[in-house]
Design a protein around this ligand. Structure first.
Ligand SMILES: NC(=O)c1ccc[n+]([C@@H]2O[C@H](COP(=O)([O-])OP(=O)(O)OC[C@H]3O[C@@H](n4cnc5c(N)ncnc54)[C@H](O)[C@@H]3O)[C@@H](O)[C@H]2O)c1
Length: 318
């Protein structure tokens, strides 16, 4: 496919910069714009990434742009078909994602208002935490149609689950299929019934206690990395997930991926941003794809929906 279009990444921290790098190395966009409020940081990272082009063999240009408190510099994202919002604080050891809500809500609201002004046609992919709430807030602040605002969590959580299963069984990750739905937090819903190893259901490949252990480790996957790093949170797997979503949108691929999307009647759940599988294309979410779930999994998904619904109602005022 020929190189085309512009994707913007707001926030040039660990998550944003690795996402920009992955997008540039895909070599499918004309331009990747990277912004941050830290004077010179996005410009410096862009310069560095552009200098890697001759070695890595890609032509996409990375443009760095410092933005100001009144939205100065946001002209750089004009015409972006996709904007990925990574701006916001990460967790520290012992912190819950929800502890970030007030600080990150201010940041995500300010960013979203500038996105709406300068890239009114964009599909917005949110990654800032707490994820489900920040996705809801970005939709409110941009006033974009709900299909054009989505969040990244499910691809990452699923990738973590897959990695744990592959390591446990000592098999290639490519032979493992898993799925997680629900929230990006305590009410995450790993779905063993949709998981398999070389076609064998996970529930037959591993004893029930082991599956439960891996499910718990998946639910705590982010905290495990945060505890080891001491400062900052995971970014290699998270950036791979966000870049993958942007690629699906850019290529209008129709891929069905686990993402945080607006749910409107599917699974008997309405009016909430929640982790579900959805078909992605140029317009963002083409449709939420319902899967067969066991009664226990469906009950857990409904519980997750109610937990995030209450919090998402609160973000309106933040
Ligand atoms: N959804 C997920 O699966 C997932 C996974 C990992 C991390 N995260 C979240 O992603 C966010 C970023 O993580 P990180 O590791 O890159 O953190 P980081 O601290 O390395 O980077 C955050 C960047 O945001 C910038 N920033 C702050 N306010 C801004 C504003 N108004 N406009 C533009 N930029 C602004 C900061 O200057 C900083 O460079 C955090 O909220 C983290 O919790 C989400």
């Amino acid at each position: 496919m020929a190189r085309s279009g512009k994707v913007a990444v707001v926030g040039a921290g660990f998550y944003g910069s690795t996402t920009a790098q992955r997008l540039a190395e895909y070599d499918i966009f004309e331009t990747v714009v990277l912004t941050d409020i830290l004077e010179g940081k996005p410009e410096g990272l862009a310069l560095d990434m552009n200098q890697s082009r001759a070695v890595e063999g890609f032509e996409t240009r990375v443009v760095g742009q410092t933005t100001g408190p009144k939205g100065e510099g946001y002209e750089a994202i004009a015409g972006a078909e996709i904007v990925i919002i990574t701006a916001g604080l990460p967790r520290k050891p012992g912190m819950n994602r929800m502890d970030l809500i007030e600080t990150n809500a201010k940041i995500v609201r300010q960013v979203s208002e500038n996105v709406a002004k300068h890239a009114p046609e964009a599909v917005v992919i949110v990654v800032s935490n707490p994820l489900d709430e920040m996705t809801a807030l970005a939709q409110i602040a941009t006033e974009f149609p709900k299909n054009r605002v989505l969040g990244q969590a499910g691809i990452l959580d699923t990738a973590r689950f897959t990695n744990f299963v592959a390591e446990e069984l000592d098999v290639p990750v490519g032979s493992v299929t898993t799925l997680t739905l629900g929230s990006h937090g305590d009410t995450m819903v790993p779905v063993p019934s949709a998981s398999s190893v070389d076609g064998t259901p996970l529930t037959e490949a591993l004893p029930a206690e082991k599956v439960e252990e891996l499910v718990t480790r998946t639910r705590n996957g982010g905290a495990e990395v945060v505890a080891l790093l001491k400062t900052g949170s995971a970014y290699y797997a998270p950036s791979a997930a966000a870049a993958r979503m942007a690629k699906a949108v850019h290529e209008d691929s129709g891929e069905v991926l686990p993402v945080c999307a607006w749910v409107d009647g599917e699974y008997g759940i309405s009016g909430v941003y929640l982790g579900v599988t959805a078909e992605l294309g140029r317009e963002g979410v083409r449709k939420v794809v319902e899967r067969d779930l066991t009664d226990t999994e469906l009950a857990a998904l409904k519980e997750a929906a109610e937990a995030v619904r209450a919090k998402q109602a609160d973000v309106q005022s933040l």
